[in-house]
Design a protein around this ligand. Sequence first.
Ligand SMILES: Cc1cc2nc3c(=O)[nH]c(=O)nc-3n(C[C@H](O)[C@H](O)[C@H](O)COP(=O)(O)O)c2cc1C
Length: 333
Amino acid sequence: MTDLTTRYLGLTLGHPIVASSSPLTGSIDSLLALQEAGAAAVVLPSLFEEQVEHDSLALDHGFEVGAEFNAETYGGYFPELDDYNAGDEEYLDVLVAAKRELTIPVIASLNGTSEGGWTSYATSLQDEGADALELNIYLVAADPDATSLEVEDRYLRLVESVRSAIDIPLAVKIGPSFSSPVNMARRLAAAGADALVLFNRFYQPDIDLGTLDVSPDLVLSSPAEMRLILRWIAIMRGRIDAELAATTGVHDADGVVKLILAGADVTMMTSALLQHGPGHIATVLDGVRDWFTEREYTSLDQARGSVSQASVPDPTAFERANYMRTLLSYAPE
Ligand SMILES: Cc1cc2nc3c(=O)[nH]c(=O)nc-3n(C[C@H](O)[C@H](O)[C@H](O)COP(=O)(O)O)c2cc1C
């Protein structure tokens, strides 16, 4: 049987499937259910800059869950959205309880965009026992006066300030919108990121045609969204001095296998778990183990990155060369 052991953020994980930050990782009941189902580690929901700076989360976390979401499917583990991340003290309580109750690693999460007092929470999270910290920089660069370099400097300064506040490993979760994502990834690693979590899924606002309000409407991911992640992980593998975690569109065993072959150190799931419940991890894990075992891989390390850009015979397949071929391959149904 293939040894699925994986190293991530200084931790030894039993396999590469992590439950990413979401309401499912926000209560002890659902955290225990995720552990029971076999999650290798969990990332807690984020503590938001807005929560710490203003001690209230006016944005209702910015999320309203779409119609495809069905609370029945995972037996009521989903906390009320109103209770999701109520405040910084409650956050620390969840972290302390998670560390007490779980045997798998617990990664805390901070979410913000500016340097400031709120980053000192990184130290509190470390002090309360977080095994590692994920810093989610969810920045919508909408200021026409801000140049790309200025925006990027903001990311780097934020990473440096959090890095200097803690000793535990640091992962940085970013979106894909950079002119040169690989160069940016390198600079984030140089600024102190031990891992990069690729990529943040930007929740797109909608317009309600009845009220003309701009409405938040969270649509869960689909497996096709994984392709963006696959490309950039394949391109970054071996070129960045940081581990690579894949988030967005990981729904099944095939997705996990592809991302490992492309070069991901770990893969993360939220939407699929919200749709199918924590037990889905066990199904995916069985499929992943079967795939690698049937092909006689001794370890995941043997497979990791074997279909990265640096390893394939035609590296241009991850770049523009495939563009024409892809367009020509389209066949109407
Ligand atoms: C309801 C909901 C809440 C989320 N909350 C957070 C959060 O607090 N912090 C964070 O970094 N990501 C958060 N995410 C993003 C997920 O961690 C994940 O990156 C994203 O959903 C893409 O992965 P998926 O395709 O597996 O869903 C949330 C996602 C959902 C659906």
